[in-house]
Design a protein around this ligand. Structure first.
Ligand SMILES: [Zn+2]
Length: 445
């Protein structure tokens, strides 16, 4: 794949310290991001909203209304994209019986996750990268499966990003597998993602990253009335949900709260997303999710996988989980008219950039080791080559302990390096660089 170099210059306020940042984009990946279309995104959300409600307990048989019709719609979109993929894309609805729980499921139902599995071109590469959104919607009463619940932003926006990612990504070869999924049952208790994550763990899927897109299409907040379509949040856990006491102790002792695999993924989303998508800032959120809310990444974290949540920067709570109505001059409801399709396009681009880079890059270096036997002001780092992919070399990544993002990179073709930076003052990571320049995720030392 050819590289595209877009150098530009940032002048610091003093004017004396000019630094040039080189934007180095893989041309094929930049090309598919350029194909992401606001018209396509709009057509998907229009169609999903048109099913009236997509409540998990709504009709599964009505061809025009309810979750069944919505599920079939997404399935047939994936089917349509199979023709671009040269036999690599397989679409299906993965169903399971959910038994009435006396809480948010009042009767036994068949739940279905719509899956598009885009096989990697390297048969030996078992890695899987997942992008998800939730197809189900709700209004004020969580058990109302009849009333209108357009769910344009929550979460037709996330599902539209998934469908569009499937459309553009089906056209390029990538070594590893990418799974596009529209889950159901999110509002009834993360049912679809719990089913998928549990299955993935039982079947030992090698999930490299899971990107949960939930509420990614609107640019403004209630109360604070902020309007902004240049920032998006990525939520990640600090101490892993599955960390045992010994691991948690080590994290406390060495100050590794920001080095979890999910936080490293969030950092990667920021670096790669901002590299490929203009006019978007990916804002790192050092928490698994927002207050009073959970999302489909949580079951993946609980099953030991690396997962993050991507959500718009400023939420409008008058439009989430609300019956359609006007009260005291305020309009409530999750209408399509409030979607900013240019913003949704950028957020979709961030996802595609991350997935395409990860799935095209080698896997992460193995067994990173830092020599901590001596009091030294240099640091000796070593690692083993990744399991998958041909490697051109490695980036050693460095940042101060208080910095959210990597500040320096050293390229090396060796498998160990002594660097003149003290392990007491800096945090280190390593990533593998493929022959075509694509970069793996980061592994902490
Ligand atoms: Zn949601």
């Amino acid at each position: 794949m050819k590289k595209l170099l877009i150098p530009f210059i940032i002048f610091f306020a003093t004017g004396t310290n000019a630094q040039t940042i080189t934007i180095d984009r893989n041309e094929a990946i930049a090309g598919i991001i350029g194909n992401i279309s606001t018209d396509s995104l709009k057509s998907y959300i229009t169609k999903m909203v048109g099913f009236g409600t997509r409540h998990t307990l709504s009709s599964q048989t009505n061809p025009a209304r309810g979750i069944g019709a919505a599920r079939n719609y997404v399935f047939y979109k994936f089917k349509e994209f199979e023709k671009y993929a040269g036999g690599r894309l397989t679409s299906y609805i993965d169903t399971t019986m959910i038994v009435a729980d006396g809480k948010r499921v009042d009767r036994n139902i068949i739940l279905g996750n719509v899956m598009g599995v885009l096989k990697g071109t390297d048969a030996n590469d078992k890695r899987v990268f997942i992008i998800s959104g939730h197809l189900d919607s709700r209004n004020t009463n969580i058990m109302d499966s009849i009333g209108e619940a357009p769910g344009a932003n929550d979460d037709a926006s996330g599902v539209a990003a998934v469908i569009e990612a499937a459309r553009v990504m089906s056209k390029i070869p990538m070594a590893a597998t990418v799974i596009f999924v529209a889950v159901s049952g999110e509002e009834q208790g993360l049912l679809g993602s719990h089913y998928l994550a549990t299955k993935a763990k039982a079947e030992k899927w090698e999930i490299g990253a899971m990107l949960n897109n939930d509420i990614v299409g609107s640019n403004n907040s209630n109360e604070t009335n902020i309007i902004n379509n240049t920032q998006v949040r990525v939520f990640s856990e600090g101490i892993p949900a599955t960390a045992d006491e010994k691991t948690a102790q080590r994290i406390r002792f060495l100050g590794l709260e920001n080095e979890s695999p999910s936080r490293q993924l969030a950092r990667y989303v920021k670096e790669i997303g901002e590299r490929y998508v203009d006019h978007i800032e990916v804002v790192l959120m050092y928490r698994p999710d927002r207050f009073l809310r959970g999302g489909d990444h949580i079951p993946f974290l609980k099953n030991g996988f690396t997962a993050v949540r991507i959500t718009e920067m400023n939420e409008n709570f008058n439009r989430q989980h609300q019956d359609l109505r006007t009260e005291d001059g305020i309009e409530y409801g999750d209408y399509i008219k409030y979607i900013d399709f240019d913003y949704l396009k950028k957020n979709t681009g961030v996802n595609v950039a991350v997935l395409a880079n990860l799935a095209s890059a080698p896997s992460q270096p193995q067994q990173p080791k830092m020599d901590t036997k001596e009091l030294t002001n240099s640091s000796l780092l070593s690692w083993l080559p990744p399991v998958n992919g041909k490697v051109k070399g490695y980036n050693i990544l460095i940042r101060e302990t208080s910095s959210p993002v990597w500040q320096k990179k050293f390229f090396t073709t060796a498998n160990s390096l002594r660097i003149p930076f003290s392990k007491d003052n800096y945090l280190f990571g390593v990533q593998a660089i493929g022959e075509d320049g694509n970069e793996s995720g980061y592994v902490s030392f």
